[in-house]
Design a protein around this ligand. Structure first.
Ligand SMILES: Nc1ncnc2c1ncn2[C@@H]1O[C@H](COP(=O)(O)OP(=O)(O)O)[C@@H](O)[C@H]1O
Ligand SMILES: *[C@@H]1O[C@H](CO)[C@@H](O)[C@H](O)[C@H]1NC(C)=O
Ligand SMILES: *[C@@H]1O[C@H](CO)[C@@H](O)[C@H](O)[C@H]1NC(C)=O
Ligand SMILES: *[C@@H]1O[C@H](CO)[C@@H](O)[C@H](O)[C@H]1NC(C)=O
Ligand SMILES: *[C@@H]1O[C@H](CO)[C@@H](O)[C@H](O)[C@H]1NC(C)=O
Ligand SMILES: *[C@@H]1O[C@H](CO)[C@@H](O)[C@H](O)[C@H]1NC(C)=O
Ligand SMILES: *[C@@H]1O[C@H](CO)[C@@H](O)[C@H](O)[C@H]1NC(C)=O
Ligand SMILES: *[C@@H]1O[C@H](CO)[C@@H](O)[C@H](O)[C@H]1NC(C)=O
Length: 636
């Protein structure tokens, strides 16, 4: 042989070995694929050759199957009926699609057909279906690499290798792994995600022994096979046999790849050069305990973030909608008197009905405890329509906040929202006087000395407003429901100045004000101008109310309006003044004090304002420091 011929021969050999399949035909068929780029395979289903040269049988599709076969059928039978010895080797890799999720596995097969349209995916591995399992007419020989344990097929675990003949119930199966050549110790292999695995399948036509051996790619073939079965395949194989791979997915998916494949009939399968094989794709960076915990943590972090974002949005929306306030430049100087709506909202538990202590002419009053100072407060919500006058009113509220007297309900401050004003007062444990006078809650009625003290308290409170402070403050709404009783049973005047807001907003004849019409001085109704003397008129009515235990205006059984002052005046004319004293006192009162209170009440509620005493005089009369003038009979 000339050297050129020799070189040509080597070249030919090189080409046949490296460039996909080569057939020597008949009893000496051989082929080898080191990667499948350009290989002429028969494929169906999800099987395809991807650009890197890998044969991909399945991908992330559910209930899919894929087959890839050597294109030409082979003939295993000999004329004597014996099956020719053969040897197969291949390298495969399985990657999970996601985390620990596993597809159903993969198989090498020798079958009489290349038409698998009747085969089922999932646990049938694309080889058989529910009808033909176990049938001798299947003529199927397969080595399964099963990654899911199917009890109906007697699977031993979810990571095993089995020899299957006509059925998916393996003749023999074992946990995937190999035996060490020296000590013979068994090493487990993970079929999924453990890197490429090389497989050797050998059949001896004389001994009818089938050996199956697996090992990680790069390792020499272990001497001791993983599986070894004696079974004559002559009844299994038909004249024409197709060789190939099959795999399937179910609801769980995996990627099944074949990297290289060689076959030898009557000869050892050509050695697969591991360095020429394509690489498995990077395992989707999911596997392993660390990533598993990340898989668990990610949704957790996600949901925490979501909750946080929702929380922040809710907070912002609350701040914008629920806690929204109106704040103007001129209010800056009133800073210390200004309350945050959010604090008042929290203090009153969101203005719940449980915290409602009363409904007055101007709005609802709620009890609350301020968040930081733990101060008990009464918050009055007053709605106002027009913006005009609000500046003056708030200036007044703020200046009133500076008033401090033991017979005045302290006004702590205010808060302003759209069309709404909130006034924050000191909370009075014993609520308003009217509730005591008329036994709203079945309290024992106030005795005379308590009543007389309340009268004096309110007189000194009103005097403080009229004369003892920097400016003259006109209360405008002296009445029993505006007199509040504190813990020590001191009476305190509350609610001043509000009627002024009303002056600006609505007119005096709204139903809001009718409730207090009985306290209004006649000149106030005509002129609309409040004075200290119109306050004295209101105080006079209040005196009568406390002494008689009756509302300034009430309806009798016939629906006729009875005016308290008129009735007292009438009794005074008749000389039966003491008959007007509250029945609930059962006559238990100091007669002098009773006369004083009734007469002073009439004097203060005199229709002519100049006939009324001022508050200083009132206090002198009450204290006995001055003699009450005789009432002018003709005028009354
Ligand atoms: N500072 C307060 N402390 C406790 N209760 C209060 C306070 N202010 C008002 N209230 C209660 O709220 C009710 C309504 O008050 P208010 O609006 O002042 O009545 P009105 O408008 O009829 O004068 C009162 O009857 C009283 O029971
Ligand atoms: C592939 O193999 C089949 C069967 O051997 C043959 O008929 C066909 O022509 C081949 N195709 C190519 C592109 O080689
Ligand atoms: C495959 O077999 C089915 C019947 O099992 C038949 O309907 C179909 O035509 C066959 N396909 C081919 C390509 O021969
Ligand atoms: C499959 O066939 C084998 C062999 O005939 C049998 O032992 C097994 O029970 C069958 N399995 C099912 C699920 O039909
Ligand atoms: C191999 O895996 C099987 C099943 O998980 C287990 O029972 C056996 O102990 C393992 N053997 C080794 C050597 O890890
Ligand atoms: C199968 O394995 C056994 C035990 O290692 C060995 O004796 C036999 O020769 C092997 N058969 C083939 C066909 O490789
Ligand atoms: C198998 O081949 C033999 C001889 O070549 C032939 O007699 C027989 O009919 C074939 N069987 C089938 C199923 O094709
Ligand atoms: C996952 O990816 C990161 C960065 O790409 C790498 O550092 C890490 O080793 C990967 N983990 C696994 C299990 O592949």
């Amino acid at each position: 042989m000339s050297s050129t011929k020799l070189i040509l021969c080597f070249l030919l050999l090189f080409l046949t070995l490296n460039l996909s399949a080569s057939s020597t035909g008949g009893d000496h068929e051989r082929f080898m694929y080191a990667g499948f780029t350009g290989a002429n395979l028969t494929m169906d289903g999800s099987a395809k050759i991807i650009p890197t040269g890998l044969l991909a049988l399945t991908k992330d599709t559910f209930r899919a199957q894929g087959h890839a076969l050597h294109p030409a059928p082979l003939r295993f039978g000999q004329s004597n009926g014996m099956v020719t010895s053969f040897s197969v080797s291949f390298v495969f890799g399985i990657l999970s699609s996601f985390g620990d999720i596993r597809g159903h596995g993969f198989a090498f097969f020798i079958a009489p057909t290349n038409n698998f349209s009747s085969a089922f995916p999932i646990q049938f591995l694309g080889l058989l279906n529910d009808k033909n399992n176990g049938s001798l007419s299947n003529h199927l020989f397969a080595i399964e690499f099963d990654t899911i344990r199917n009890n109906e097929f007697g699977d031993i675990d979810n990571n095993h290798v089995g020899i299957d003949i006509n059925s998916l119930n393996s003749m023999q199966s074992y946990h995937a792994g190999f035996y060490d050549d020296k000590g013979g110790t068994f090493t487990n292999l993970s079929l999924i995600g453990g890197g490429p695995i090389q497989v050797w399948i050998e059949y001896d036509g004389y001994t009818t022994l089938t050996n199956v051996t697996i090992a990680p790619l790069g390792m020499a073939r272990p001497i001791r096979p993983l599986l070894s079965v004696t079974r004559d395949l002559s009844t299994v194989f038909t004249n024409q046999s197709y060789l190939g791979f099959s795999s399937s997915t179910g609801l769980s998916t995996a990627h099944h790849y074949v990297l290289g494949w060689s076959f030898g009939m009557n000869s050892p399968a050509p050695t697969i050069d591991s360095t020429k094989l394509p690489k498995l794709p990077e395992p989707p960076n999911y596997s392993g305990p660390r990533t598993q915990s990340i898989l668990l943590i990610l949704p957790l972090i996600g949901s925490i973030l979501l909750v946080l974002i929702i929380g922040i949005v809710v907070l912002l929306v609350r701040r914008q909608l629920v806690y929204k306030e109106v704040r103007e430049d001129w209010e800056v100087e009133y800073g210390p008197r200004r309350f945050a709506y959010q604090d008042l909202f929290r203090a009153t538990r969101g203005f719940k009905n449980n915290n409602l202590v009363g409904i007055g002419g101007f709005g609802k009053v709620y009890r609350g405890v301020l968040p930081i100072s733990k101060l008990q407060v009464a918050v009055k919500r007053v709605s106002y329509g027009s913006k005009q006058g609000i500046k003056e009113f708030i200036a007044e509220v703020v200046s009133i906040g500076n008033l401090q007297h033991r017979n005045i309900v302290q006004l702590f401050g205010y808060c302003r929202r759209k069309n709404e004003l909130l006034l924050v007062y000191d909370y009075m444990e014993n609520e308003s006087l009217d509730k005591h006078l008329y036994n709203f809650h079945g309290q024992p009625t106030l005795n005379w000395s308590q009543r007389f003290k309340i009268i004096k308290d309110i007189a000194s409170g009103l005097l403080y407003l009229h004369e003892e402070w920097d400016k003259v403050v006109i209360h405008r709404d002296v009445k029993a429901s505006n007199v509040l009783i504190d813990k020590e049973m001191n009476a305190r005047l509350g609610d001043f100045g509000l009627s002024r807001l009303c002056d600006h907003g609505s007119n005096l004849h709204t139903t809001n004000v009718i409730g207090t019409i009985g306290y209004l001085a006649p000149e106030l109704v005509h002129t609309g101008k409040a004075t200290t003397l119109s306050d004295v008129f209101g105080f006079g009515i209040f005196l009568l109310e406390v002494s008689c235990g009756q509302k300034p205006i009430r309806q009798n059984s016939e629906g006729k309006h009875l005016i308290l002052v008129d009735w007292v005046v009438e009794n005074w004319h008749k000389g039966s003044l003491l008959d007007t004293m509250d029945r609930r006192l059962q006559g238990n009162y100091n007669i002098d004090e009773a006369y004083l209170a009734l007469k002073l009440g009439l004097l203060c509620s005199h229709p002519f304002s100049n006939a009324r005493p001022n508050m200083r005089q009132v206090l002198q009369y009450l204290d006995g420091d001055a003699q009450l003038p005789e009432l002018n009979v003709s005028v009354m």
